[in-house]
Ligand binder design. Sequence first.
Ligand code: GDP
Ligand code: IMO
Ligand code: MG
Length: 424
Amino acid sequence: MNTLAIIGAQWGDEGKGKITDLLGQKADYVVRFQGGNNAGHTIIVGDSKIVLHQIPSGILHENCTSIIAHGVVFEPEAFLTELNMVKEKIPVTADRLKISLNATVITSYHKLLDAHREGKSKVRIGTTGKGIGPAYEDKVARRAIKVKDLFNLDLLTTKLNHALEEKAYLFEHVYQTEYPSAEEEAKRLYAFGQEIFQYVTDTFSLIDRATAEGKKVLFEGAQGVLLDIDYGSYPYVTSSSTGAAGIYTGAGVTNGIVNEKLGIVKAYTTRVGEGPMPTEIAEEIGDRIQKIGNEFGATTGRRRRCGWLDLPILKYSVKASSMTSIALTKLDVLSGLEELKVCYAYEIDGKEYDCAYPGLDLSQAKPLYKNLKPFTDDFKKDGSYAPELDEYIKLIEENLGIPVGIIAYGPERSQIHLRKNYFH
Ligand code: GDP
Ligand code: IMO
Ligand code: MG
């Protein structure tokens, strides 16, 4: 097995960074194929913590090349800050980090638009404010700046002037805000271009060669299926294809095959930002889970909303991304709680649904819960758990029809049990 996808199965923050870092030890390449610095992927090794936003979570492994592919929206200034942070921990040479020449650039205009829309709109999405949506809009509108445009100041100025045609009107008349001229923005981006030049390449051909040669390639998704622009809880979603389908457009896999699609599932549910979340807990136990799980956004620091495990959304995610196994994370957070519930179906207009199909209005879904026996486990024994925890794991496997291949029970890299072989 040479290709593996890591896909978030909920609303993001499931522990993708930790699992990518773990399995990245065996990979030749780790590829980010969508999203941008809205992502926050945490890796903890010993006392050292690192949060990656754009750089793939394979970066700590010397024999692995990290690729930012063309489906990503790329913020050069934030990238350089992040790279310096990584370089304080380990040396990063240009042969270990590659950026697609066709990735879409996030400009100052995109961040301004994101901030003003969120401030003024009647339908607040609760975005991360990083300019992700506006940057993808420009890509689809065919007026985006691509990474390869950063190396020619005249061309960059011309393109930014074109991109500004409509935005200038919005900044002046709708949002009444200051904004940099195309010339100023071009100079700023050009300077960053000079610094990133050494990392920029045709990543399509790199991945093409790697897969043809049977190299081990891991595709690291950002966000989660329920935040996908097409599959997610629209309009409260991000602007990219966060599921497995995004790999094909965002990175390109020439043989058309991704062998294993590993869905990352937090043992309960969290969500940051606006939008429906059927199992959100209003009672005190929700706050307890939030505190024990330290549920604060890795990118914005916002408090994550917490709820019980939602099997209908997981069933849907498994189908929507053809997941073949799952990694169940943060089980330690539930250990020792006096209550344990799992949502097995929703009731909407008097009917019961066990899968969160797109036709359902999640804001109207009343969660139907099974009360389970709470468990307490110290996770010291690999493969053998308290009987109540065993039941929890089996219930999930039976409902989703795929195995739990990984159990994570703490933030540290080593706090994991592998129940299945990946990249064998
Ligand atoms: P990602 O966006 O999917 O990579 O996830 P985040 O890094 O945003 O959020 C996951 C958080 O949970 C991070 O703080 C991780 O360090 C932490 N984490 C990951 N796995 C576990 C686990 O099994 N137990 C605990 N307690 N924390 C975990
Ligand atoms: P990782 O990769 C959790 C959410 C935002 C907001 C919506 C749209 O760390 O799991 P955007 O800035 O993308 O336009 O915001 O998506 N969101 C995330 N939530 N984890 C993430 O990434 C997220 N990236 C975006 O909170 O609700
Ligand atoms: Mg995150």
